[in-house]
Design a protein around this ligand. Structure first.
Ligand code: 6PG
Length: 245
């Protein structure tokens, strides 16, 4: 599969979520006869809620979730019951509403010691994914982007996480000091498909700079993310994409 990057701008975040839920369901169903389950790593934050709701509302019975393995791109170092937990949000909006075997859900344990958990999770990813370029090869990595151009929990100024040879590492939110666990740039970029879902006016400026490959984009971790093995999709709503249409 040759590397490519595509941008799509949708009239609204709901239409974006509806369209990508359909696309993702089609992608998953194509692999149902494959020996290896479909592997997807999810991001947290608020943006994915619309997509997860669409998946639960419309595809809970259409997708054979026994053939899907769910991982996380990153997690806040909090308990799963905490309102900040990416796993907690995903459980409420999606996991509790689909028939996915618990053995197919691989949460990052936000309540554990971050360094030990990053090491443990790296082993989990290595054990439960196919390999390509001698690295874990996820079918899809779903990403958001912060207003500072961060993605996953790779924040500006922490480029070491983009170059790290580790599969998973720890990070600190630069404003809140919140500890995080995150997949590293190498693993994300090794995925067959990387999907950014970015919405809202506040992100339109950075989206435009990344789209136009502006000179200053190096400081934005999201600008360093591009599938080395397949496709990178930037799915934008009308607000986040307003400067590139
Ligand atoms: C997280 C995410 C993070 C998120 C961006 C965008 O744990 O917060 O993984 O990378 O995707 O911060 O967040 P919003 O979707 O809330 O804008």
């Amino acid at each position: 599969m040759r590397r490519q990057t595509i941008y799509r701008v949708y009239p609204s975040k709901i239409l974006l979520a509806e369209s990508f839920a359909r696309e993702l369901a089609t992608d998953i169903r194509k692999t149902e006869r494959r020996k290896n389950p479909y592997t997807i790593a999810l991001s947290g934050g608020t943006t994915p809620v619309h997509l997860f709701t669409q998946l639960a509302d419309k595809y809970s019975k259409i997708i054979d979730w026994r053939k899907v393995k769910i991982f996380w791109v990153d997690e806040r170092c909090v308990a799963p019951e905490d309102s900040e937990s990416n796993y907690g949000m995903t459980r409420k909006v999606l996991l509790d509403r689909i028939d996915i075997p618990s053995v197919n859900v691989f949460r990052m344990k936000g309540e554990a010691d971050p360094v030990s958990e990053a090491e443990r999770y790296a082993e989990v990813i290595a054990e439960h994914t196919r390999k390509r370029n001698k690295l874990p090869y996820l079918d899809t990595v779903l990403l958001g982007m912060g207003e500072d151009g961060h993605t996953a929990s790779i924040f500006p100024g922490n480029d070491g996480l983009l170059r790290s040879k580790k599969i998973c590492d720890t990070a600190l939110h630069p404003l809140t000091g919140q500890r995080r666990i995150t997949l590293t740039g190498k693993i994300i970029n090794n995925a067959k498909s990387i999907v950014f879902i970015v919405t809202g006016n506040s992100k339109a400026g950075i989206v435009e700079m990344i789209y136009n490959r502006g000179k200053t984009i190096k400081k934005y971790p999201a600008a360093h993310i591009r599938s080395q093995t397949g496709i990178t999709k930037w799915l934008l709503d009308d607000e986040a994409g307003k400067f590139i249409i």
